[in-house]
Design a protein around this ligand. Structure first.
Ligand code: ZN
Ligand code: ZN
Length: 348
């Protein structure tokens, strides 16, 4: 009998089944990963609570860290069995228009269907995972796996911050001090910015200060733009990064941005992203609106390098570690709110 491993499959709304799968052999270009930690991201939480039956079955888990177990032929990544890695579990075809343009986060084949007979999804909620060599990024063996699993969100933020073109000494406003907001804020500090975090939740404002941010503002009870001009920079913020807060926060971002500045729309708005904007205001004040979605190969490399060297730490963002077998409890905990990241520990 061949060896099996356990995988957690969503089979319906708020229903997760632990299923036995046959352990695969890595084929050409493939690497078998022994999973050690997987984050429960908002995207998976939305999948978990979906009411549509056609959304199932779904095999989630895209914030993955683990150990290289077996390497197939023709893997060009410099990996050895036993290496600790973070996994960027997305197809990057390398050939499409956007991959060639260096925007592989927009790869036209990133949603390529799973192999025939395999449940769709990134498949990290699992004891083992077959990935392609290019999806593996080595991390320092001293970095705890539960922190290495946060490489994926960090990689989304390193890409976003790159697009913001922050100069030394710039004033940056980060809207939202959830996990994405805090990671952005930490990266902007590394870029030499004065960072103002706008966040309605008092506890999260306190955590932002603890994480070394310069100013915090409650955007419900204070006027963000006035606060910035009065206390930080009379011209406003060179960069405003929207990670949360909906339409109201978008309006505040436009008010707070300086002439010639940039507003990064990192977060998505739910259920609708419709906002009103005065085109003349963009014309006269010469600011620019940017977007950033997902990570690219370079931003993933940056994220794993920053975490491995300790240049940034995400220790304060791993709110709870739950054993893989208790994945349902992990989801309920994440959904209850008030957490940064709930991470599952696997193969302990
Ligand atoms: Zn994620
Ligand atoms: Zn592509």
């Amino acid at each position: 009998m061949s060896k099996t491993y356990k995988a957690a499959i969503m089979t319906g709304p708020r229903t997760i089944e632990i299923q036995d799968m046959p352990l695969p052999e890595p084929g050409s270009g493939e690497v078998l990963i022994k999973v050690k930690a997987v984050g429960i991201c908002t995207w998976e939480q939305r999948a978990y609570t979906k009411e549509k039956p056609d959304a199932f079955p779904f095999w989630g888990g895209h914030e993955i860290a683990g150990i290289v177990e077996k390497i197939g032929p023709n893997v060009k990544n410099d990996l050895k069995v036993g290496d600790h890695v973070a996994v960027a579990s997305l197809t990057r075809c390398g050939e499409c228009y956007f991959c060639r343009k260096g925007m592989d986060n927009q790869c036209l084949y990133s949603e390529a269907p799973a192999k025939e007979g395999v449940t769709p999804g990134p498949r990290g909620f699992s004891e083992y995972l077959l990935v392609r060599g290019y999806e593996c990024y080595k991390v320092d063996p001293e970095l705890p796996f539960v922190e290495a699993a946060v490489s994926e969100p960090v990689a989304c933020c390193t890409r976003s911050v790159r697009q913001c073109e922050i100069s030394f000494g710039d004033t940056v406003v980060v809207q939202g001090a959830g996990i994405m907001g805090l990671i952005h804020a930490k990266l902007c500090k590394l870029r030499g910015a004065t960072v103002v975090v706008s966040e309605p939740d008092a506890k999260r404002r306190e955590n932002a200060l603890k994480a070394g941010m310069d100013y915090v503002v409650d955007p419900i009870n204070e006027n963000l733009a006035e606060f910035v001009r009065k206390n930080v920079n009379p011209h406003g913020a060179e960069v405003v990064i929207f990670t949360a807060g909906g339409q109201a926060a978008f309006k505040q971002a436009i008010e707070a941005v300086a002439v010639g500045g940039r507003v990064m729309l990192y977060g998505s708005m739910h259920p609708s992203g419709t906002v009103t904007i005065d085109a003349n205001d963009i014309h006269y004040r010469e600011y620019c609106l940017l977007g950033s979605s997902k990570h690219d190969k370079e931003s993933f490399r940056e994220a794993t390098a920053l975490l491995s060297s300790g240049a940034i730490s995400v220790k304060d963002m791993v709110s709870a570690v739950v054993p893989f077998e208790k994945i349902k409890e992990g989801f309920e905990l994440a959904l209850a709110g008030g957490q940064y990241r709930v991470v599952l520990s696997v193969n302990e």
